[in-house]
Design a protein around this ligand. Structure first.
Ligand code: SF4
Ligand code: SF4
Length: 205
């Protein structure tokens, strides 16, 4: 093509593009559903009677390549039981400023306590609000569940829970008083994964 036609050729590209199907997405006004297995925000799951599946083993934290998870386990007692068996996750935090949503933590979890949802709207205005606490990550109660802490289903042991033999809370199950469990109350007590000097010293409180 002669050189003097170059500007016209350039307009030709523009002209052709005007009649192509537009790919622009009108987000956030129009939200497209994600793929079913999209890796979004995490969720801490419960057994069918409401006890928590997390046993505070920290395997998810060790598997995380971004040091985004912080877990503190504690012992269950008969007076204050959060999960079947010996231990539960007293403190559980995920720092979404670090998380790359890779899902390795989900693969590492031995009890299927940790899974991922399709929720992807994780932006916020403060760094603190992007450190999700156990309270924020724990799934809500469904029919047949009673909020932990409470006693295990009578006549069952930990194994029965993992075999799926417990399908709902036993009649008369009541929530026990919380004395030691749960997230720290005071803001100053909130802890998160250790800071890497020179990398993200600004990220954590
Ligand atoms: S999804 Fe990946 S980066 Fe995020 S907390 Fe889990 S292991 Fe860490
Ligand atoms: S979420 Fe799973 S891997 Fe992580 S501490 Fe709880 S039980 Fe262990």
């Amino acid at each position: 093509m002669p050189e003097f036609l170059d500007p016209v050729a350039g307009f030709g590209v523009t002209f052709k593009a005007m009649f192509k199907k537009r790919l622009t997405e009108q987000y956030p006004e129009e939200k497209k559903p994600t793929a079913p297995r999209f890796h979004g925000r995490h969720q801490l799951n419960r057994h069918p009677d409401g006890l928590e599946k997390c046993v505070g083993c920290e395997l998810c934290a060790w598997a995380c390549p971004a040091d985004a998870i912080y877990v503190e386990g504690a012992d269950n007692t008969d007076e204050e039981r959060y999960s079947p068996g010996e231990r539960y996750g007293r403190v559980y935090q995920i720092n979404y400023l670090r998380c790359i949503l890779c899902g390795l933590c989900v693969e590492a979890c031995p009890t299927r306590a940790l899974t991922m949802t399709n929720e992807y709207e994780l932006a916020d205005r403060t760094r603190e609000s992007l450190i999700y606490t156990k309270e924020e990550l724990l799934v809500g109660l469904e029919d047949g569940m009673v909020a932990a802490p409470h006693a295990m289903h009578p006549g069952t042991d930990e194994t029965d829970y993992y075999r799926g033999l417990v399908t709902e809370a036993a009649p008369g199950t009541v929530t026990q008083p919380r004395t030691t469990g749960g997230e720290p109350e005071a803001e100053d007590d909130v802890v998160a994964a250790p800071v890497r000097p020179g990398v993200d010293a600004e990220v954590h409180k």
